[in-house]
Design a binder for this molecule. Structure first.
Ligand code: ZN
Ligand code: ZN
Length: 409
């Protein structure tokens, strides 16, 4: 059997619910998207529950599932993936957190959870915090994409069982981290100490003075969440016997790629933000398919619009995704099996991830094409793939690309 290549494109948070202002259509149903529809019309379609029906996935757990791992078994918190994504080599015993640069008032009440979506100066701010000593705990701190950052505590006797300092909602006070087990006391204490020191160091930092002088939000606080220890995952290269690479703008997803043993390909213009160059990503994927068996692309933009509750922006993003798919349609070789899906729904009405299943399309030579003309949530429900779990996708793709061993004689 001829082995084929696999291209998996994950549109982050693309799934949605019907929106009143869109005439009770979802953004996918409302957006003109001839190329996405072409892939659906010439492919096999279905719905996918990233983790399971009714489970609200994180991007980390969902990506693990889409890569074929059991997220219930291997998830050790999101912090380690974020840290790996910004290039921190985790050591045994390290505890890692996902962080945001944020804005607080003098009473440490959160006024902007993303510090005005800060884009510039975060490297300098991170440098001011990197290398801090909190008693016997050493701090490693790196800036990620936009307002995101990663914090690692290095030292003896640390535990990831501590609560977040991130209140997750503006208007609320920064939380005090609490130990969730008795041996986590020192870690919680270090996190609270870090939070106070970060505020003292950042509030008068030149980067923030300049931001405030221009009427912007000072990135004067760091909020932490998702504590975890480095996970021990069998590399996908061994599990599936494929040479794999990933393309993403955001650090968390790059960290997910690294954690499962994929090569991370850097693409100029792939920012992980709304301004990301999607066609450049498609171009990079086509190139990568020449030397890799499996290429995964994450497009973060739809998730951002979902969190912002912005339906019209989400439609615009879908139109840009469609241009990217047009580029792929024109340039993909016949030896590639393509899968289009999302890691979860981020409905604009919810402004967060929901447990709604997402559409999935598998396209390629010899696929059992069904009669679904559109790539959207409700059309997909009538497709030949039926309803699958995130974890089912990789085995199906391995089979469609003739890469799987026979079970039995
Ligand atoms: Zn996501
Ligand atoms: Zn999200």
């Amino acid at each position: 059997m001829d082995q084929r290549k696999i291209l998996l494109i994950i549109f982050d948070g693309l799934g949605d619910r019907p929106v009143t202002e869109l005439g009770h259509k979802t953004p996918l149903e409302a957006a003109p998207k001839p190329n996405l529809d072409w892939f659906a019309a010439n492919g096999m379609n279905g719905l996918l529950d990233p983790i399971g029906p009714g489970i609200r996935p994180g991007s980390d757990t969902s990506h693990l599932a889409l890569f074929g791992y059991d997220p219930m078994e291997v998830n050790t918190g999101r912090g380690p993936f974020e840290a790996a994504g910004v290039g921190i080599e985790l050591q045994k015993g390290d505890v890692a957190f996902r962080c945001n640069f944020a804005t607080v008032d003098e009473r440490l009440t959160l006024t902007d959870r993303r510090a005005g979506r800060i884009k510039e100066g975060t490297e300098e701010l991170a440098k001011a915090l990197d290398g801090l000593k909190l008693g016997r705990v050493k701090v490693v701190f790196r800036a990620g994409t936009e307002h995101r950052a990663a914090l690692v505590f290095r030292g003896k006797g640390l535990s990831p069982k501590v609560s977040d300092t991130d209140p997750h909602e503006e208007g609320k006070k920064i939380l005090t981290s609490e130990p969730l087990e008795s041996k986590a006391k020192a870690t919680a204490k270090a996190l609270n100490l870090f939070t106070r020191e970060a505020y003292e160091i950042l509030k008068d930092h030149p980067v923030n003075r300049a931001r405030v002088a221009k009427g912007g939000a000072a990135a004067n606080m760091v909020v932490a969440r998702g504590a975890g220890i480095a996970p021990d995952l069998e590399p996908i290269t061994q599990r599936l016997g494929v040479k794999a690479a990933g393309i993403a703008g955001v650090a968390l997803i790059k960290g997910m790629f690294r954690a499962v043993g994929m090569d991370v390909l850097d693409v100029k213009g792939a920012t992980g933000g709304l301004d990301t160059d999607m066609v450049a990503k498609a171009e990079a994927a086509i190139k990568a398919l020449k030397s890799y068996d499996l290429v995964v692309v994450n497009v973060k933009a739809p998730d951002l619009c979902g969190h912002d509750g912005n339906a019209s922006e989400k439609i615009k993003v879908i139109e840009r995704i469609d241009q990217m798919m047009g580029h792929l349609k024109a340039h993909l070789g016949p030896d590639v099996v393509v899968a289009l899906t999302a890691d979860h729904s981020t409905p604009v009405a919810v402004k967060d991830h929901s447990g709604d299943p997402v559409p999935v399309t598998i396209f390629g030579e010899g696929i059992r094409v069904d009669e679904i003309p559109h790539f959207d949530e409700r059309s997909a429900a009538r497709g030949a793939l039926g309803r699958i779990r995130g974890q089912d996708l990789m085995p199906i793709l391995m089979d469609q690309s003739n890469r799987i061993e026979k079970f039995g004689a």
